[in-house]
Design a protein around this ligand. Structure first.
Ligand code: PMT
Length: 222
């Protein structure tokens, strides 16, 4: 690419949903399509970065220059993210990671019960991938997302602080024209004492603008 702003910079991006198995044929997941994360990967590549995508199950492709690692569950994604830490300069957590997984994965397909109308699944907490990346001793520059339906700014700032991030991109997902599975998005990006607004546009353009902000903040920080 002509733009070499991120030459020699290793960017790792998580993208898409995770799937938490219930039994061999069922799982818990969410509406993430991977479009936002994959757009970020392309934008980073276009700025000269070396790019790795840790992708949950999505139906999207990436150019061959991008290193892609496919995973299913939050625990798989966590393991791959931590294993790539030594060579990560910028970590961007765009994946919609399941906060909980089923306590027990049934090895055989669960049968419909004839004697009761309700069954109970017990869920246990998954590891927090970006929080663990950000608390590593040689931590990369950490960018999180916050998908919120209400009190967007307050919750996003809370996650910035609690997960010890450098930047957080707040995504209001209560609006039907943006967020999960849409081709368009709008974000408000927060650093400790800064705010940047990215207005509603294509995810490709949102990704370009967000990467420009990330590159600038990364260069000022390092
Ligand atoms: O994939 P698309 O259809 O294009 O949609 C894009 C998107 C809406 C998924 C994306 O823009 C977005 O908002 N991604 C974050 C979704 C999310 O799960 O946010 P959260 O507020 O629950 O999580 C906060 C942050 O912690 C995120 O950076 C998330 O990746 C990270 N996290 C959360 C839980 C966990 N166990 N590990 C994590 O790393």
């Amino acid at each position: 690419p002509k733009d070499q702003t991120l030459a020699d910079v290793n960017v790792v991006i998580t993208a898409g949903p995770t799937q938490e198995a219930i039994d061999p044929v069922r799982y818990i997941s969410n509406h993430s399509s991977g479009k936002m994360g994959f757009s970020l990967a392309n934008a980073a590549l276009n700025m000269g970065a070396t790019v790795t995508v840790i992708a949950g199950p999505v139906n999207l492709t990436l150019p061959p220059e991008i290193n892609r690692i496919d995973v299913k569950s939050a625990r798989d994604m966590h393991q791959v993210a931590l294993a790539s830490l030594a060579t990560t300069d910028i970590f961007i957590a765009c994946a919609a990671v399941a906060d909980y997984r089923t306590e027990n994965v049934h090895t055989e397909k669960m049968k419909k019960q004839t004697d009761t109308d309700s069954i109970t699944l017990t869920l246990v907490k998954n590891p927090d991938i970006i929080a663990d990346v950000a608390s590593a001793s040689d931590r990369p520059f950490c960018v999180g997302f916050a998908a919120e339906t209400n009190d967007v700014e307050a919750y996003a700032k809370g996650k910035l602080e609690r997960k010890n991030l450098d930047l957080i991109a707040a995504n209001d997902v209560s609006v039907g024209t943006q967020g999960f599975n849409s081709d368009n998005n709008a974000l408000t990006v927060f650093a400790k004492n800064k705010r940047f607004d990215i207005g509603l546009t294509s995810k490709k353009e949102v990704a370009k603008q967000l990467l420009t902000i990330i590159a600038k903040e990364y260069q000022q920080h390092s």
